[in-house]
Ligand binder design. Structure first.
Ligand SMILES: O=P(O)(O)O[C@H]1O[C@H](CO)[C@@H](O)[C@H]1O
Ligand SMILES: O=c1cc[nH]c(=O)[nH]1
Length: 235
């Protein structure tokens, strides 16, 4: 049955959903991977597609930007449409010095400055972690010769932060990169006993902006991350 944000029926989504932030990227990925991709959602322009990849059912849908937005879609997909795993395929800003623009990052755990997981379990600082099985499948599928980093990321609420973020401190703590959705996605997956992972392409570096990607490159330069995300989705 349709939900407030997804006009589809049970069975319209595959058990595995790839979820980029940008709905245009969702459309691009759907047509890149699947000859038989069918539009299953367009409420608010949040395009969702389902088809088959190498004979297995697969869906791709945008999440929008930020933790409230991905939480809405993840909650509805997990609770109303039989979805079992969501793999975010996004971009992140590099923080750790070894992480370079164009590398891929697998988000093992996500720190956050958001309150979205704070109230889940009273008195507990929730640990937002990816599903081990998905991490393992993604790591196993890392393409030879590509730089793939596995570790913690931070999911921030602000893109344009009005106060100084201690990037150097985050770097000291081994945080690989910054994005805006994974912590909430991992929280929703835990709530519903489902699986989640974020596989990210480094689009810019917070310590050195000399090699940052353009908007167009951010939309198209995601193939290493996508290969690993698909492998995890269909594992
Ligand atoms: O490229 P996507 O998946 O949208 O991810 C990153 O880009 C957006 C900010 O520009 C945020 O959604 C952030 O998490
Ligand atoms: O949230 C994000 C995503 C990409 N790059 C950034 O600097 N921040």
């Amino acid at each position: 049955m349709a939900t407030p944000h997804i006009k589809a029926e049970m069975g319209d989504f595959a058990p595995a959903v790839l979820m980029p932030g940008d709905p245009k990227r969702a459309e691009r990925i759907a047509h890149l991977l699947m000859d038989d991709a069918k539009l299953v959602n367009d409420v608010r322009g949040m395009l969702g597609f389902t088809g088959t990849y190498q004979g297995k059912p697969l869906s791709v849908m945008g999440s929008g930007m930020g933790q409230p937005s991905i939480s809405i879609y993840a909650t509805e997909l997990f609770s109303q449409f039989g979805v079992e795993r969501i793999i975010r395929v996004g971009t992140c800003g590099g923080i750790a010095p070894q992480v370079k623009v164009g590398d891929a990052v697998i988000g093992l755990g996500a720190h956050t400055d958001s309150a979205m997981n704070t109230y889940r379990i009273p008195g507990v600082h929730f640990s937002a972690t990816a599903s081990y099985e998905l991490v393992r499948a993604a790591v196993d599928a890392a393409p030879e010769g590509k730089q793939v980093h596995v570790g913690t990321i931070i999911s921030r609420d602000h893109f344009y932060l009005p106060t100084q973020t201690p990037i150097d401190v985050l770097s000291k703590y081994g945080v690989l990169g910054v994005e805006m959705e994974a912590a909430a996605l991992y929280g929703v997956a835990a709530e519903y006993g489902k699986q989640a992972l974020a596989v990210l392409t480094v689009s810019d570096h917070l310590m050195d902006h000399s090699a940052d990607m353009s908007a167009e490159e951010r939309e198209t330069n995601f193939h290493t991350a996508l290969d690993m995300a698909v492998a995890a989705a269909l594992s």
